[in-house]
Design a binder for this molecule. Structure first.
Ligand code: DLZ
Length: 169
């Protein structure tokens, strides 16, 4: 299925979240979109049974700063999972490519260097409408997908064992 046909809010069984401590790092750029991602992400964690006092929000100025915000959350030792939420919209210059590369590589590096899962809840649309469609519009909400991924990885069942090794989520 192409990503355009996928609904980001489709949940096949919400994993149990009680006891898990979440940091949600939110980028302030494209605030209308990232607030919608945050609201959906936070609500999904609550629906999964996470205690409200176990969910902490931190803002960063833009998506470029998400890896640093996530690293600070990891270094605090207070969290089991870090979820990064942002939205980088394609512009006329190559700025988009640099920010997307930096945030994707930065988050992946944190995942490989530390034991805490860091979730990539970042939209990279070509325009505002594509962002709206994925922030509570016709394609669901990336914040829900990020929360479900965080729940799976936090519980340790995001890496499922199969006959031939580990499967993808
Ligand atoms: C500068 C910039 C631009 C042009 N566009 C976006 C964007 O679409 N989404 C986003 O999250 N951040 C953007 N930023 C800000 C950068 O992420 C970063 O905050 C600044 O370059 C300062 O480091």
């Amino acid at each position: 299925m192409s990503s355009a046909d996928q609904n980001l809010s489709t949940i096949k069984g919400l994993p149990e979240g009680s006891g898990l401590r979440f940091s949600i790092v939110v980028s302030e750029w494209n605030e209308q979109i990232t607030e919608s991602l945050y609201t959906a992400c936070h609500q999904t964690l609550l629906d999964a049974g996470c205690e409200p006092e176990h969910i902490t929000r931190t803002n960063v100025p833009g998506s470029f700063e998400l890896p640093l915000g996530a690293k600070r959350a990891i270094d605090s030792g207070k969290f089991d999972v870090v979820i990064c939420l942002g939205c980088v919209i394609q512009g006329e210059t190559r700025h988009f490519d640099f920010i997307c590369d930096a945030v994707a590589n930065g988050i992946m590096k944190l995942n490989l260097d530390y034991k805490i899962p860091v979730i990539f809840g970042v939209l990279t649309p070509e325009n505002q409408q594509q962002a709206i469609d994925r922030a509570g519009g016709k394609h669901g909400n990336k914040g829900v997908e990020a929360a479900v991924t965080g729940l799976k990885m936090g519980r340790g069942d995001g890496l499922r064992k199969t006959v031939s090794g580990f499967s993808k989520i």
